[in-house]
Structure formats: structure tokens, C-alpha cells
Design a protein around this ligand. Structure first.
Ligand SMILES: *Cc1c(COP(=O)(O)O)cnc(C)c1O
Length: 375
């Protein structure tokens, strides 16, 4: 391939249908938060997840915030979250006034460790946010059992895992609510966007009410609660409807890309590969690699050398408990598995538009760099 060409970590895959539906919004004037695409997208996405209701919002972070507020979580409460996740998970808890209580990950799935959840439950714990990281489902049976035993709500943060399955069930459909993001680098995109899916009608109604300024349906401009404007626009939903038509195809392509990488990396020493357990299907939002000590070079060195060869990559997330605005005693906590993941992990180019040839190029670059480091 042409080596002057830069291979990005991710790029949206947009086509004629997206253009057609968005053009329809512009031509008809329905560009704000009323219009036919919103209901179509909400119902279509909920159906895809195997849930009854979908409440669209303008990004994935407010999806989590809205769900927490509708579940009654606020100041004085504790919410258990994995420290190894994108920072939006813990931030949404902080926005409610509640306290995020961090747990470590397990090496088997890179998701929250059920044993550590048990250890962190107190009389103030009200909920668990389960993140399905990088496309791989968490151990839902164990987590749901812990939640039931302790009367806790379960919020699934499935922002990176559209369509992933735990024992045949779609992520987002197993907890009280499932939250998704449609940011530009997610498996499908609406530009910015999010949704909360649920089977609980009361909860869905409460979220619809809260996201629209909590305005009374009987009395205009009367707001019995402190609400928000978290509405998605018809323009975003139009993109979403078009992307939803391709979601299954995108997932198959992501899994194909993962299989290509795995094949290319066979025989390369010092690399760790994304989890793949028999009871789940990974949708491989990204192909996530661990650069182990045996590789004899650091993750950051590899990323720098890849960049020089025109290959983009991203380090894994920094554990959330380490953020400078977390209380000092929280920053000092020790999460050994999250630390290893965070220090060794690198996400590789994973856009659904990538060809086999480009994956081969990326893998050959990595093999060359790693082999040289070990020589
Ligand atoms: C992307 C992401 C979010 C937030 O979504 P936005 O749409 O960017 O607000 C939340 N949680 C996780 C795990 C994510 O990856």
C-alpha cells in the first residue's frame, strides 16, 4: 500500500442513505427535536437490543446521567463503577452528587471484577454501572445476582458494545437500563448522540419527562422537578436510522477485522489479545492489543514508531480513580489489573472501511517494530 497514506484509528462510515435522510430533514424543516426519525430511531434501536423502550438523548454521557437521576440516585448515595473505563462513566455519577466507588477489572474480560464489587458494597450503595469495555460483555449473571442480593439498580454502559451478546442476550437489555453512545468513533454514529433502553415503562416515561425540562403535560411551563434539555434532534436521528440499517453489517466487519489481526499476529511474541470467551460475543469496537514486558518495548514507544509509519493508535484509558479531581485518598487506591491494562494497552485502527491489505500493513509494521526491539 501507499505508505504516505495515514491510517486513522477510526472513521465514520456514512453513505447515500445518511445523505438522503438528513436532506429530507432539511427540506421538510424538521431539524429540531420533533420529527419522524426520532421515534423511528428509538423504536428501531430498542428492538435491536431486544428491549421495549428507547429514550434518545444528545450524547452517551447524558444518557447515563439521565438514567441515574430517573433511578433516584443523588447526593449521599454510592454507585459502584469500574475504574478502567472512559471517564464519562464516573463523571455521570459525580453530576448527580453521588459518589463513584471504584472496582478493579479482571484479566479474563477486562471488565469489572464481581469479587471486588462485593467487597465495595456499603449501606450507601444504590447502584452498579457495568461497563462492557471495548466491545466485550461483562459477567452479567454474577453481577446481576450481587445486585439482586443487595437490592441495587444496574445500569449498563454499553457505549462501546452495540450488539455484543452475553449468553445470547444483547448488552443493554439485562440491567434496569442500558446506555449507548453514538459519538463519531462508536460502532454507529449520529454525530453526537445517545440512548437509554429499558423494559420498564415507568422508567422510560420518567426519562422522557426529565430530558424535556421536566415540563408538566397538563400545564404548559410548569415544571414539578428540576429537569434537563437532553433531547436528540431529528437530524441526529435521521443519521441514526440510516446507520441502524447497517449495524449488523458493521459488527460482522469489526469481527472480521479482529480475525484478520489475530491471524496476522500469530507467532509474534510479547502481545496480548482482546478477550474472547465462549459465553459472549465480542463486537471489537477496537482491536485492543496488550504490549507485554516480553515485547521489550513500551506501549508508548510502539505508538510513536507506528505513527512514523502512518499508523494511528490510541493508548488504553487511564484508570478513572487517578484523575486529579478525584479525592486524594481515592487517587491513592490500588487497582493492579486496571493498572496493567492502562499501561500496556493500545487500540489499533479498526474502522469498518479498512481493507484486509491495510490490516496486513498495520500488523506487519507492529511485527517489524516488536521483532527489532527483541533483537
Ligand atoms: C463514549 C463513551 C461514553 C460517553 O459517550 P459520549 O457520547 O461521548 O458522551 C460513556 N462511556 C463509555 C464507556 C464510552 O466509551
Amino acid at each position: 500500500m501507499n505508505k504516505s497514506e495515514f491510517i486513522p484509528i477510526s472513521e465514520p462510515s456514512l453513505g447515500q442513505t445518511e445523505l438522503e435522510y438528513v436532506t429530507d430533514c432539511v427540506k421538510s424543516g424538521w431539524v429540531s427535536s420533533l420529527g419522524k426519525y426520532i421515534g423511528q430511531f428509538e423504536n428501531g434501536f430498542a428492538e435491536f437490543c431486544g428491549t421495549k423502550y428507547g429514550v434518545s438523548v444528545f450524547n452517551g454521557t447524558v444518557a447515563i446521567h439521565l438514567a441515574l437521576v430517573a433511578l433516584g440516585i443523588g447526593a449521599g448515595d454510592e454507585v459502584i463503577v469500574p475504574t478502567f473505563t472512559f471517564v464519562a462513566t464516573a463523571n455521570a455519577v459525580l453530576y448527580t452528587g453521588a459518589t463513584p466507588v471504584f472496582v478493579d477489572s479482571e484479566l479474563e474480560t477486562w471488565n469489572m471484577d464481581p469479587q471486588d464489587i462485593k467487597a465495595k458494597i456499603t449501606s450507601k450503595t444504590k447502584a452498579i454501572i457495568v461497563v462492557h469495555i471495548y466491545g466485550h460483555p461483562a459477567k452479567m449473571d454474577e453481577i446481576l445476582a450481587i445486585a439482586k442480593e443487595n437490592n441495587l439498580k444496574v445500569i449498563e454502559d454499553a457505549a462501546e458494545s452495540h450488539g455484543a451478546e452475553y449468553q445470547g442476550q444483547k448488552v443493554g437489555s439485562m440491567g434496569d437500563v442500558g446506555c449507548f453512545s453514538f459519538y463519531g468513533n462508536k460502532i454507529i454514529t449520529t454525530g453526537e448522540g445517545g440512548i437509554v433502553v429499558t423494559n420498564n415503562q415507568k422508567l422510560a416515561d420518567e426519562m422522557r419527562f426529565l430530558k424535556d425540562h421536566a415540563m408538566s403535560t397538563e400545564r404548559k411551563y410548569y415544571h414539578p422537578l428540576l429537569g434537563f434539555n437532553y433531547r436528540m434532534t431529528n437530524l441526529q436521528a435521521a443519521l441514526g436510522v440510516a446507520q441502524l440499517e447497517k449495524l449488523k453489517e458493521f459488527i460482522i466487519k469489526k469481527q472480521e477485522i479482529a480475525a484478520w489481526y489475530r491471524q496476522e499476529f500469530a507467532g509474534v511474541n510479547g502481545l496480548g489479545h482482546p478477550p474472547e470467551v465462549p459465553w459472549a460475543s465480542n463486537v471489537y469496537w477496537m482491536y485492543s492489543l496488550l504490549i507485554k514486558p516480553e515485547a521489550k518495548l513500551s506501549r508508548d514507544d510502539l505508538a510513536k514508531k507506528l505513527k512514523a509509519k502512518g499508523v494511528d493508535s490510541r493508548p488504553f484509558f487511564l484508570p478513572n480513580h487517578q484523575m486529579p479531581y478525584m479525592p486524594p485518598e481515592v487517587q491513592k487506591q490500588n487497582f493492579p489489573v486496571a493498572r496493567v491494562l492502562s499501561e500496556q494497552g493500545l487500540n489499533l485502527p479498526s474502522a469498518v472501511s479498512l481493507t484486509r491489505e491495510k490490516i496486513k500493513y498495520v500488523a506487519e509494521c507492529i511485527e517489524e517494530i516488536v521483532t527489532n526491539a527483541q533483537a
